[in-house]
Ligand binder design. Structure first.
Ligand code: SF4
Length: 450
């Protein structure tokens, strides 16, 4: 594999595999190699992206201003009501605070913000420097909660203490402190919580509408368009429906252990996985009328988009796609979605995939596909060129790599403005891929000229 030889550091070679190149072996869940300029985000960022869409909570970053700026309005998570989540508050720690401690500053900031914005709860994020100087944010949160009556929740997310995945765990621990506090009377026996959907471009509203049409009550959306009061009564739901590889699975596991609520894992991307998600929920409740309504819904939604998908497929047949995402679970759905469009996935990777995730990726990809864990811009650039990719799917850090190489790009991450979940989301995705790949602009870029 020429690209691999040219661009992969010796210490990284175990995290790259080309299908068919010997028995499948891929190392993952490791600390990033120093100097490799990983595409990964830090622990704090991992927790911030999970908790950020809770719209009526205060989000206060205890640390230097840069940590707060880095994650300010980090997702395109829409709200149907308050928009407190879109503000980024910071204690703006300075040298003096590092020497003498930042607890007093944190308490003052919390008191001022709670008085000014009247949130339903407050999340206080710990950053690298707080882990080093040892501020006791748990104690400060407790004191302020007693003084104000507003629950202040510490998020133990010191940036250096692991990978983004550790941030997901810190966020789930924080969420779990809210669950169990609300009144659950009146909740339907056919009820669920939606976990791991962040309402990017209003996607959770599409999914909520499907469940409503099936006759299922959604108790809490965690965390897209999330409300503190809903999360507090989430333990009254009969099933947790978890999307997204790592972000909220730990919360579902904790709720199963303490409240006995079962969970299922789903994906809302692509027609196969979307339909399967709805069928799985319908099957769980074993109710004939829910099953009937689900069948009718899937038929109706497919009929509406299928003729257009066929049209896009005719144009896109044989084109090549590359995927690099945060959690590997989304990559499974994307591979199926590209297959539906007649396209070939030649590169797939993730920041935080597990051993099981990569084994599944190896099973569903075609021979010759590069599978990569915790990659970096140099590697990705070489792979994209070597595999002559027509479209790269990723997030904000992958976009410039594609554009610098003159390759089409599809944003499938926090910042997207197009709803890509649900049946209508598959149509939007196909349309975006079609208009990007088929654009005449690519005839004028250097990669086509050589
Ligand atoms: S928590 Fe640490 S690694 Fe994360 S943004 Fe702040 S300084 Fe950077």
């Amino acid at each position: 594999m020429t690209g691999m030889n040219m661009s992969v550091l010796e210490a990284r070679k175990g995290q790259v595999y080309e299908k068919g190149d010997g028995p499948f072996k891929l190392k993952c869940n490791l600390d990033s190699v120093p100097g490799a300029v990983s595409q990964r985000a830090c622990v704090f960022c991992g927790s911030r992206v999970v908790l950020y869409p809770i719209t009526d909570a205060l989000h206060l970053v205890h640390g230097p201003i840069g940590c707060a700026i880095y994650t300010w309005d980090i997702r395109g998570a829409l709200s149907s009501d308050r928009e407190l989540h879109r503000l980024s508050f910071s204690t703006d720690l300075q040298e003096r605070d590092v020497i003498f401690g930042g607890e007093k500053k944190l308490e003052a900031a919390l008191l001022e913000l709670i008085e000014r914005y009247e949130p339903e709860a407050a999340f206080v994020y710990s950053t690298c420097i707080v882990g080093i100087i040892g501020d006791d944010i748990e104690a400060v949160c407790r004191q302020v909660s007693e003084k104000t009556g507003i629950q202040c929740i510490p998020v133990q997310s010191e940036g250096f203490k692991g990978s983004k995945r550790a941030g997901y765990q810190a966020a789930c621990n924080a969420l779990f402190r809210l669950v169990g506090q609300g009144d659950t009377s009146g909740i339907s026996p056919h009820s669920i919580n939606i976990l791991g959907d962040f309402n990017l471009a209003g996607e959770i509203w599409i999914i909520q509408d499907y469940y409503r049409r099936m006759g299922i009550e959604v108790v809490a959306t965690i965390t897209g368009d999330g409300r503190v009061a809903d999360i507090q009564r989430a333990h009254g739901a009969r099933l947790n429906v978890v999307q997204c590889s790592g972000a909220t699975l730990d919360l579902a596991k904790m709720m199963k252990e303490r409240y006995g609520i079962p969970y299922i894992r789903v994906s809302y991307f692509g027609v196969d996985d979307m339909a399967e998600a709805l069928y799985k929920v319908a099957d769980h409740f074993q109710d004939e009328s829910i099953k009937k309504r689900t069948n009718a819904l899937v038929r109706e939604e497919l009929d509406a988009i299928y003729p257009e998908i066929v049209r896009f497929r005719q144009a896109l047949k044989g084109k090549r796609a590359a995927i690099y995402v945060g959690g590997a679970f989304k990559a499974f759905s994307l591979i199926k979605a590209f297959r539906l469009l007649g396209m070939k996935v030649v590169l797939v990777g993730s920041q935080t995939g597990t051993k099981e995730d990569y084994e599944e990726l190896e099973a569903i990809t075609d021979p010759g596909t590069i599978i990569v864990d915790d990659s970096n811009p140099l590697e990705l650039s070489e792979f994209l060129k070597e595999k002559r990719v027509d479209i790269f799917v990723g997030g904000v850090k992958e976009r410039p790599i594609a554009y610098k190489l003159g390759i089409g790009f599809c944003d499938h991450n926090h910042e997207r403005k197009e709803a890509l979940e649900g049946f209508i989301g598959m149509y939007n995705f196909a349309k975006e891929v079609y208009s990007t790949v088929m654009s005449p602009v690519w005839h004028f870029v250097p990669r086509k000229a050589v």
